[in-house]
Design a protein around this ligand. Sequence first.
Ligand SMILES: Cc1cc2nc3c(=O)[nH]c(=O)nc-3n(C[C@H](O)[C@H](O)[C@H](O)COP(=O)(O)O)c2cc1C
Length: 328
Amino acid sequence: MEGVIDADTRALLSADGALDWCVTEFVRVVDARLPPRVFLRHCPELAEAGTAGPLTPTATPVTLQLLGSDPAALAANAEQAITLGATRLDLNFGCPAKMVNRHDGGASLLRTPVRVGRAVAAVAEVAAARGATVSAKLRLGFDDRRVALACALAAEAGGAHELVVHARTRREGYRPPAHWEWVAKIRAAVSAPVVVNGDIWTLEAYWKARTLSGCDDVMLGRGMLADPWLARRIRHWQASGGERLAATPWSARAEVLCHYAARKQAAGMAEKFIVSLLKQWLNIMRGRDAEAAARFTALRRETALAPLLAGLAHPATEPATYPAPTPA
Ligand SMILES: Cc1cc2nc3c(=O)[nH]c(=O)nc-3n(C[C@H](O)[C@H](O)[C@H](O)COP(=O)(O)O)c2cc1C
C-alpha cells in the first residue's frame, strides 16, 4: 500500500508468521527501464533475495507490484525486477488516485479490458521465461461493474496465475460496503485462483467475505494495520476450530507503532516524516479501536517525535499483555 506499507511495516506485520505473502508499494512504470535503485527502494528485501525471491525477516514471500499501462515498458521493468531477484510480480489495476489515472495507470485500464489483457500478457511472457509468476490486482470496474468479468477474464487470458479483487469500482473509492458477492461472479467465470479484498477488518468480516465470495483466500489491507494480529487471529480461529483470540490490547498496538518509529530512527529518517507516518498509521487504527481514537485525538497536533511516542506508550487502562486465546 503506497505510502503505508514499506519494508519495515512488512517486517513488523509478518513477524508472527501468520501471513502467506505480502506486497510492495507499486513501482510506477512509465516508459523507461527503471534503474535497480528504484526497485531496491520499494523492495529492499531484494538485496538479500535467494532462489525463493525477496522475503521478510520471518521468510514471508514479498511480491513486487508494478503499475503502468504500456506493455513493453511493463515487460522491460518486469525483466529488471526478475534480474534483481523478484520471483512474484503483481500488476496494479486498482489504484484510484486521480493523478495516476490521468496518466493512464492503475484503475484507468479497467475501462478497456483488452488493455488489461495486453499488459498482463507482456509481463507474463517475461515472467514465464524466467520462472517467475504474475498476478493481477483488480477492482470491479472503473465507473460500473459491468466490466468486472471482462477484466478478470482478460487478466486470466493474459497469463495471470492469480487475481486479487478489491470488491469495489474505482468510482466507489474506499466507501463501504465492499461487494464481496461480486467477487463470487468473477470466481465462477475464471479458473485462476481469486483472492477477495476490501473491508476485511475483523474475524467476522473475514468469514463473511469468504462466504459471500466463495474465495479460499483473502487479502488484508487496512485491517492488518488497524489490528496487526488480524492474520494471527484468523489462523488461530481456523486451527483451533473456532477459538477466538482476545481483542488486541492497546499496549500491543502501541508497541508495534513504537517499534516502527525505532526502525525509522535507526535508518536515519527525519523526525517529521516519522511523526507523519505514525499519525497515518494511528489514523487507520482509530476507526477500529477506542483507545487508538482517544490517542489520535490527544496527539493529532503533536509535531515532535518524543512526546508523540510518550503519548502512544502512556499506560492504558488495560493490562499490557499480548493477546491470549480465550474460548469462543
Ligand atoms: C493508503 C493506501 C494505499 C494503497 N496503495 C496500494 C498499492 O500501492 N497497491 C495496491 O494494489 N493497492 C493499494 N491500496 C489498496 C489496498 O491494497 C486495498 O485494495 C484496499 O485498501 C481495500 O482493502 P482494505 O479495505 O483491506 O484496505 C492502497 C490503499 C490505501 C488505503
